[in-house]
Each structure stands twice: as structure tokens, then as C-alpha cells.
Design a protein around this ligand. Structure first.
Ligand SMILES: Cc1cc2nc3c(=O)[nH]c(=O)nc-3n(C[C@H](O)[C@H](O)[C@H](O)COP(=O)(O)OP(=O)(O)OC[C@H]3O[C@@H](n4cnc5c(N)ncnc54)[C@H](O)[C@@H]3O)c2cc1C
Length: 518
């Protein structure tokens, strides 16, 4: 395959927006876009709540949105990043609308929802299916560019770096990728590589993320010695439906609490009011801890979400997916209470990038949930992540186009980069073995590296993860690499790094909570 100008790994909101922006700005550039499975599968399509963008200038202002973000981030945000993200929000939203994305309206104005940690209504949304709406529109649009090649069912394994080349330039030259159809690992070379691989919720037993969210971009970057920032800041969404639906955890968006739903304990008492003056609409970390504490103290396995204040018409109009999903398992809204638990939801940390989303490895950018931009600090404010993806995809696209003018290696250099070494083995481990190790890892992370941590628990987790790591290394060294094994290899590496980093944190901030420092 001839070297491309840009290889984009991941086709959620960040990767697609980036690709569209580059293709619109410079149609002569060649791009390859890869996704691990179907190109629509990723965190983006499950986003319910919406995008935080200041609209109602009578009540709201960018200054208020900036302040809310800084408060939620609990001292960990980079104020410069917060400021430009909030200030660029309207431009990016307008582009999204111009590309064909629909958002709910009230008369001629965009309808605005309110979510935890926001002082005003500013969540722009499409019913409770904002992510799907965006994913569908961007997918359709990206397919219209002849200079973009899309490869579905292609799994990033490792980045190609100077470690693979004699030139010692300390750059990224593309990636080794499993072609699932051909059952082989191919080399895709590119002048610039962009990681937009999303989060890693699958490290935990209970997560709102789809199963593809295994932190593959993080794992590959870690092995390439790229700096990671704030990995232990994992946000747990307070309200996931307790019962899995078709094997998946189903999220009950915060907007439902914004519309008036209340949290009740086993005795049907509101408990958040005694924990925070903002009660159910306190930032996510506080509500998630409040629920977890209540569950532990009451020896329960869930709390209740009472949505009876919301009329049936409103449920159907604003939250149709939740209404239907609940009905499908016998919960009739608004009359019945919804049993909910917290679930791993969002990685605030990731690959450390600058304000153009460039990592510390030349030629490697990271955008969207796999990056750590400085926006979220110790806790992401609700509905700021789709916004972050849009703003940084734009910034990265503009920066990449410029940096392609730099003096880069020629085609002979890329052609000489080695092919993947290791296809000689045949697969001889069982799929169950990989599955069991994945489940063991998820149990360890949930028990010891979840909402409440302790020093002893983290130490135990480190040893247990190390055992799994050694088993995975053995499988990796002796077998042909498959999608499942590659995912497990990334999960165990990131679990280990996260647990190590967590032991260095001695102060509780935002989503990070170690009981020894309470
Ligand atoms: C249930 C849910 C609700 C949410 N609600 C909101 C909300 O209301 N507002 C908000 O702002 N945020 C919300 N979020 C968070 C937000 O949706 C995500 O942070 C955002 O969509 C991430 O976009 P992304 O482009 O970074 O990654 P994703 O959309 O996750 O896309 C990742 C892509 O990477 C690909 N990929 C992964 N690994 C590999 C590999 N090894 N090889 C090749 N490709 C790979 C996947 O195939 C996929 O295409 C929600 C998240 C969830 C899970």
C-alpha cells in the first residue's frame, strides 16, 4: 500500500470530524480511515445528553460555561484550554449543523437541556440520541470524499516509530494493523498518524461503553513511549440501568435528572440532598460517590431513579430511547421507578497533547476521548466531551495540513520500514482463555480501582494485574495475534499503568477518591 498523507485510527466524532475537515480544506491529500469493527460502533453513537454550547445569552455566557468547567475539573483543568474550547464551541456547532446534523428546537431556537454541574441550560441535543444523529451524519459525509479510503474491521496493533527504523528521527510513520478479513497484520504507512480510538470503559465489569472501548490507542501509544496524563481519573456515570439490556449496560442520561427525576434509596428517601446542596444535579463524581455510598451503607445493589415528575408525553418526546428500553424490560414510565447503579463511563485522561492535539511523538496526534487536552482536569463536566472532540479535531486538522509541508521522509524510506514480524505462529490458545483473563481483569479493576480506592487495594490490584500481564505476554509471544488478544494486551497494559499512577496520587480531586486520603 502506498504511503498516505494521513492515517486516522478511529471513526467516532473526533476521527470523522478530523477527516472531513482535512478533506474539505485540501482535497488533494490522501487519507486512510480505519475502524476496529463497523465504523459506526464506538462511544459516539451512544451519547444521549448532547453537546454543551452557550446559546441563551440573556441568561448564560461563555464566562459561566468556563467557570462551570473549572469547578467540575476541581483545580485540574488548564484554564487556557477551557477558554478556547468554550469560545470556539459555537463555530464548531454551526459547522456540524451545516453538515446536516439536526438538533431539537423550541420555536426557532435550539432546545437546551440542563445537566449536572451546569449553572444554566446549555445542552444542545437531538432527543436522547444526540450521538447517533452526529455519527450517522458524519459517516454519510465522510463517504462522499474520493480521497478518503475507509477500512472497517481493521485493528490497530502498534504504531510504527523510529524504533522500527534505522533513521532515529523519533517520529511516527503509521501503524501495524490486523486485517480481520485476511487474518494478517499489514503495514499502513503515513506521514501523519491520528489516534481517535476513544476510551477504555471495558477495563471495568460495569461500563456504559460498548465492548470496542478497550483503550487500544492508549496501549499502542504507551508501548511507543508516548506520555500519558491523568489516566486514573476515570469518570463513573451515576445512573446506568441496573439490568443489562441485550448484554449491554444502558445509560439513563443526566438530562433526566435535569428534567426533574430524583434519586431515592431503599427506603424511598432522597439521599443526595444531605450530601450536596445541588442534590441530584451536583457534578457526576459527587453523585456517583453518593450513590455508591448509599448502596454500600444500605447493603443494596442499586438505588432508584424516580421520574414521576416528568410527564409521559415528555418522556416520549425527549427521552424516547430510555422510555422504550425501560418498557421493554417491564418498567413503565413515568409511574415506575428505575433501578440504577454507577458505571465506568469516561476517561478524563489519556495521551498528553498540546493545544493542536499533537502528542510528544512527532507525527502523532491524538483527538477525542483517547487524548488528555487539559479541558477536563480531575472531572469532566457533562456534555463537554463531544465539544472537546469537535474543537480539537478542527485544531488538529489545521495543524496537520501545515505540518505536511515540513521536510518529511520520501517513499523509499517508508517502503523500507519492516513488515510485522510474528505471523509465523498459528493460533493455539482458546478464545475462552482470553475471555476469562479479560473478565478477571475487569473484576480486579472494579473491586480495587473503582469509585472508592484504598492504598492496600491498589497494591493488591497491581500484583494481580501483573500476574495477568505475564499470562498475556506468554500468549502474545507464542501465538498469532488476533483482535481479542490484541485488545486484552492493551487492556492489561493500561490497567497496570493506571493502577501504578493511582498509587502516586495522594490527594482526592474530582473523580479520584482514595479512602486513605479522605
Ligand atoms: C453511553 C454514553 C453516553 C454519552 N453521552 C455523552 C453526552 O451526552 N455528551 C458528551 O459530550 N459525551 C457523551 N459521552 C462521551 C462521548 O460520547 C465520547 O467521549 C465521544 O463520543 C468519544 O468520541 P471519540 O471519537 O473519541 O471515540 P469513539 O466514538 O469511541 O470512537 C472510537 C473509534 O475508535 C475505533 N477503534 C478503537 N480501537 C481501535 C483499534 N484498535 N483499531 C482501529 N480502530 C479502533 C472504534 O472502532 C471507533 O471507530 C457518552 C459516552 C457514552 C458511552
Amino acid at each position: 500500500m502506498k504511503t498516505k498523507d494521513i492515517l486516522v485510527i478511529g471513526t467516532g466524532i473526533s476521527g470523522l470530524t478530523f477527516a472531513i475537515k482535512v478533506a474539505e480544506k485540501n482535497p488533494t491529500l490522501s487519507l486512510t480511515l480505519i475502524s476496529k469493527g463497523d465504523m459506526n460502533e464506538g462511544n459516539t453513537r451512544y451519547a444521549q445528553g448532547g453537546i454543551a454550547v452557550v446559546q441563551d445569552l440573556k441568561r448564560d455566557s461563555t464566562a459561566k460555561h468556563i467557570e462551570d468547567t473549572l469547578i467540575a475539573g476541581d483545580g485540574g483543568c488548564d484554564p487556557k484550554v477551557v477558554t478556547f474550547v468554550v469560545e470556539e464551541a459555537n463555530q464548531r456547532l454551526t459547522e456540524l449543523i451545516n453538515w446536516g446534523t439536526s438538533f431539537d428546537k423550541k420555536k426557532e431556537q435550539l432546545h437546551l437541556g440542563k445537566e449536572g454541574g451546569h449553572s444554566e441550560k446549555r445542552i444542545v441535543h437531538y432527543k436522547d440520541q444526540t450521538g447517533k444523529q452526529i455519527q450517522d451524519v458524519l459517516t454519510e459525509k465522510v463517504k462522499s470524499f474520493p480521497n478518503i479510503t475507509i477500512l472497517e474491521n481493521h485493528t490497530l496493533v502498534d504504531l510504527i516509530t523510529d524504533h522500527h527504523s534505522p533513521a532515529e528521527q523519533n517520529r511516527c510513520y503509521g501503524a501495524y494493523v490486523i486485517s480481520q478479513e485476511r487474518e494478517e497484520i499489514i503495514k499502513i504507512t503515513a506521514k501523519i498518524t491520528v489516534l481517535s480510538t476513544g476510551g477504555a470503559g471495558s477495563l471495568y465489569a460495569h461500563t456504559t461503553n460498548p465492548s470496542v472501548a478497550t483503550g487500544d490507542g492508549l496501549g499502542a501509544a504507551y508501548r511507543a513511549k508516548v506520555q500519558m496524563d491523568r489516566l486514573p481519573y476515570v469518570q463513573f456515570h451515576p445512573t446506568a440501568l441496573k439490568e443489562k439490556v441485550n448484554g449491554n449496560v444502558f445509560l439513563i442520561t443526566e438530562a433526566v435528572r435535569g428534567a426533574g427525576a430524583k434519586l431515592l434509596n431503599e427506603k424511598f428517601e432522597r439521599f443526595m440532598i444531605k450530601m450536596d446542596s445541588r442534590a441530584e444535579l451536583a457534578p457526576r463524581d459527587i453523585v456517583a460517590r453518593g450513590i455508591q455510598k448509599e448502596i454500600q451503607e444500605q447493603d443494596a445493589d442499586h438505588v432508584w431513579l424516580d421520574g414521576s415528575e416528568i410527564s409521559e408525553e415528555k418522556w416520549k418526546a425527549h427521552f424516547p430511547t430510555i422510555y422504550k428500553t425501560c418498557k421493554s424490560i417491564g418498567i413503565n414510565l413515568p409511574k415506575d421507578y428505575i433501578p440504577v447503579v454507577p458505571a465506568a463511563h469516561y476517561f478524563c485522561g489519556g495521551i498528553k497533547v498540546n493545544e493542536h492535539s499533537e502528542s510528544q511523538l512527532k507525527g502523532l496526534y491524538a483527538i477525542g476521548e483517547c487524548s488528555a487536552t487539559g479541558l477536563h482536569g480531575a472531572n469532566r463536566l457533562a456534555s463537554n466531551s463531544l465539544l472537546e472532540a469537535l474543537v480539537f479535531a478542527h485544531r488538529a486538522a489545521m495543524d496537520c495540513i501545515k505540518s505536511l509541508n515540513e521536510n518529511l521522509p520520501d517513499e523509499d524510506f517508508y517502503a523500507a520500514l519492516p513488515e510485522w514480524d510474528g505471523d509465523g505462529y498459528s493460533k493455539n490458545y482458546t478464545i475462552e482463555k482470553v475471555h476469562n483473563l479479560r473478565e478477571q481483569l475487569q473484576e480486579i479493576m472494579t473491586s480495587y480501582v473503582g469509585i472508592f480506592k484504598t492504598n492496600e487495594g491498589l497494591h493488591k490490584a497491581e500484583n494481580k494485574i501483573n500476574d495477568i500481564y505475564l499470562q498475556v505476554q506468554q500468549l502474545y509471544n507464542q501465538n498469532k495475534l488476533t483482535n481479542g488478544l490484541s485488545e486484552l494486551r492493551n487492556m492489561v497494559s493500561i490497567a497496570y499503568l493506571l493502577t501504578k499512577q493511582a498509587q502516586d496520587i495522594t490527594e482526592n480531586k474530582g473523580v479520584f477518591y482514595n479512602q486513605n486520603y479522605a
